[in-house]
Ligand binder design. Structure first.
Ligand code: TYD
Length: 202
């Protein structure tokens, strides 16, 4: 059986997860680990087209949830599962926890509907490890303020992000064994020291 690991990065916009993801992936590669970095929504040609729509086109909250999971179905079948089966580690910039946080917490889509979609789309596959970059919303908002162009999610108000943050924390408390909480308001060096410890433990 393959021992390749499936690792996901999560957190509100502005937490800095994408920067840390690059460093984390590079550190694992230096240890000789064969790995693939991917993202959601996206990760496949169809998924990237759906991403374009999801980030720009206003739509009903449940349509948004369904499209997120449709893109995910393609991603799991075309990319994630085949990589893990051939022994390649997979690091994904977001996965289903983001749907529970943004569509569930942020938009108010029913958690039981999201659980049904999760069961349908990847009932037998969960990340081995999820790094949750947690940060006070005011700090995340300040970081985003430097971005020239904000997508449909990034344009939401602080109250939306507070709900997203709380939903992420609730999810991590529900499944503590696969979550590692990272305090993302720390300096880049401090976060990297934490990540180093996590790398040593896996
Ligand atoms: P993000 O990783 O923030 O992309 P970038 O760093 O390029 O801005 O992801 C894009 C957005 O998609 C983000 O605001 C959260 C949202 N999203 C959901 O709402 N639900 C989901 O299931 C996923 C995967 C992402």
């Amino acid at each position: 059986m393959s021992t390749a690991k499936f690792i996901t990065f999560e957190g509100v916009d502005g937490a800095g997860k994408s920067t840390h993801l690059e460093w984390f992936a590079q550190s694992l590669r230096q240890k000789g680990i064969d790995l693939l970095v991917t993202r959601e929504p996206g990760g496949t040609p169809l998924g990237e087209r759906l991403r374009e729509i999801l980030l720009n086109q206003p739509m009903h909250a449940e349509t948004e949830a369904l499209l997120m999971f449709a893109a995910r179905r393609e991603h799991v079948e075309q990319v994630i599962r085949p990589a893990l089966q051939r022994g390649t580690w997979v690091i994904s910039d977001r996965f289903s926890d983001a749907s529970f946080a943004y569509q569930g917490g942020g938009r108010g889509v029913s958690i039981s509907k999201l659980e049904q979609l999760e069961q349908w789309v990847h009932g037998d596959l969960q990340p081995d490890l999820t790094l949750l970059f947690d940060i006070p919303i005011e700090v995340a908002r300040q970081r985003l303020a430097n971005n020239a162009s904000l997508d449909r999610f990034e344009q939401e108000q602080g109250g939306f992000f507070e709900k997203v943050r709380q939903a992420y924390l609730a999810r991590s408390q529900k499944m503590p064994s696969r979550f590692a909480l990272i305090h993302a308001e720390q300096s880049r060096d401090e976060v990297q020291q934490n990540l180093q410890k996590i790398i040593a433990s896996i």
